[in-house]
Design a protein. Structure first.
Length: 179
């Protein structure tokens, strides 16, 4: 009987410790969640403004992910506007690179072509497989209707991941404005 009570007491203490830690993590998430989301939005907005559509005026986005059939292969689809002018779509998609996930934004022009590609985050090895995330490589996708470019030596897994992710964004067949 003493042994059973001992185990119950130990289990109770572990349960209390786990609950306290879970509560602390929830509190930290509540305090930092909005700041993290704001930072991610700022990163996306900067990439859309500078690398996908080159916008000088007021930039606004509208989430249209739910309206696109087959969008389960991408994380998010944003309709991009400068004032009332529809510029195209920013498609958030992930590729499986050599060092981990490569998060991309792919700009799709109203005619369905690629207006630009930007990396929003990656964990590729600096100096080794990171070349697939650099602007020179990503610029090769611009104005490409099918999202394909030649693979580069030394980063084949990473460049293939980026190319496949861009191809998935293009395969959505986004053309014109979704109302």
């Amino acid at each position: 009987m003493k042994k059973i009570l001992y185990y119950i007491r130990i289990a109770g203490v572990l349960l209390l410790i786990s609950a306290a830690i879970a509560g602390m993590l929830a509190a930290v998430n509540a305090l930092t969640g909005e700041k993290i989301a704001a930072g991610e939005l700022a990163t996306k907005t900067a990439a859309i403004r500078e690398e996908l559509f080159t916008v000088d005026g007021d930039l606004s986005v509208k989430d249209v992910t739910e309206r696109v059939k087959g969008s389960d292969t991408v994380k998010e689809i944003l309709a991009v506007y400068c004032g009332d002018e529809f510029l195209g779509y920013a498609v958030s998609v992930t590729g499986a690179g050599y060092g981990g996930s490569i998060e991309l934004l792919v700009g799709i022009a109203p005619d369905g072509g690629i207006s630009g590609v930007a990396v929003t985050s990656h964990s590729e090895t600096k100096g080794l497989t990171e070349e697939a995330t650099e602007k020179e490589f990503l610029a090769g996708f611009k104005d490409s209707a099918d999202g394909t470019v030649d693979k580069m030596a030394g980063a084949t897994v990473s460049s293939r991941a980026v190319t496949d992710a861009v191809n998935r964004a293009v395969a959505l067949g986004l053309k014109g404005e979704i109302k």
